[in-house]
Design a protein around this ligand. Structure first.
Ligand code: COI
Length: 331
């Protein structure tokens, strides 16, 4: 059995080598992402393990299939960047890693919220300039707030526990009701109800065609004045222009954004200076003390990266050996 793994970073390499040694399976590690220029490297392999935030286009998937590879294992959870028509047309079997570390994302999300509530970005900036004063940057307390969780999958539930540990009241909206949370009376009946009641809105839903820009002008208008917005999920969930308007008006008190609708080609790139970042809207957000932008790093822990690599390789091996895998995605 021969597997090719694309887009392998230095921090992933030890986990890949360990798996390869433990399993006695040859894994070719390629630093470049899977695209039209690298797809031919996969010729002769039985499966491909991939990770990327940019789209898996029809053109790339058609070429991969023409090279005889239809076992495709993503090292991440989201599948919104996969061309589903090309998957179906070519008979791809695709796996993801649904739970590499829900805690990693949940912990980061709450950390960012605490930084916002305690105004640490402002104090850090003032202190760096020698200003050790307090006012006017008085903080808010999470324990007296209501947090609205959008989607109670693994990450939403992990975040919920941490918010509850801080003493916050938690409510949630999801079309699917987790039986335990249902019993605990966590769910509200509609997003509108969640918007009306929550002091903090914590997004943990995958991006679908139905929730594109779900936080738009109309949604912000339904929220409490001074609401805090957290998005560690997908950039497509927020209409960035509407968010900027809501920040300008004070409707939104602040936001922590680990994802951004135009992040492809920008996040995980070193531009050398703030000025050189080629996105004015993003820079508008980054300049504000009450907005925390991070380059899609909520997932980026040692535990998560190890699991992403090793679970994806296990999935690919299972696909190659049996023609199906436990973590196969049903498009
Ligand atoms: C995911 O697993 O879907 C993530 O958002 C992590 C990422 C680096 C793509």
């Amino acid at each position: 059995m021969k597997i090719i793994a694309y887009g392998i970073r230095d921090d992933e390499r030890p986990y890949l080598d360990q798996w390869s040694k433990d399993q006695g399976i040859d894994v070719k590690a390629v630093g470049d992402l899977l695209d039209d220029t690298t797809v031919d490297l996969a010729k002769g392999y039985d499966g491909a393990v991939v990770y990327q935030q940019k789209p898996y286009t029809a053109s790339v998937l058609d070429k991969l299939a023409a090279n005889g590879i239809t076992n495709l294992s993503l090292r991440n959870v989201g599948v919104d960047n996969v061309d589903t028509d090309a998957v179906k047309r070519n008979g791809f079997k695709v796996t993801n890693v649904p739970a590499y570390s829900p805690a990693a994302i949940a912990e980061f999300t709450v950390t960012e919220l605490m930084r916002l509530l305690r105004r640490t970005p402002t104090f850090d900036r003032k202190q760096a300039a020698g200003d050790l004063t307090w006012a006017p940057d008085i903080a808010d307390e999470l324990n007296s707030m209501t947090v609205g969780i959008v989607a109670t999958g693994r990450i939403g539930r992990a975040a919920m526990k941490i918010y509850q540990g801080f003493g916050a009241k938690v409510i949630a909206y999801d079309v699917y009701h987790n039986p335990e949370l249902e019993k605990a009376g966590i769910y509200v009946d509609s997003l509108d109800e969640l918007y009306a009641k929550a002091d903090v809105i914590s997004l943990h839903t995958p991006a679908t065609k139905d929730n594109n820009k779900m936080l738009d002008d109309a949604a912000f208008a339904k929220m409490k004045d001074g609401v805090w917005i957290l998005n560690p999920a997908r950039g497509a969930l927020i209409d960035t222009d509407a968010l900027i308007r809501a920040l300008d008006s004070g409707k939104v008190a602040g936001a922590a954004l680990d994802v951004y609708e135009d992040e492809v080609g920008i996040f995980n790139t070193d531009f050398g200076s703030f000025e050189a970042i080629p996105d004015e809207r993003l820079k508008n957000l980054m300049k504000r003390d009450n907005v925390l932008v991070s380059p899609h790093i909520a997932f980026y822990t040692k535990t998560a990266v190890k699991n992403m690599v090793q679970f994806a390789l296990n999935n690919n091996k299972q696909l190659i050996e049996t023609g199906h895998a436990d973590n196969q995605v049903n498009f």
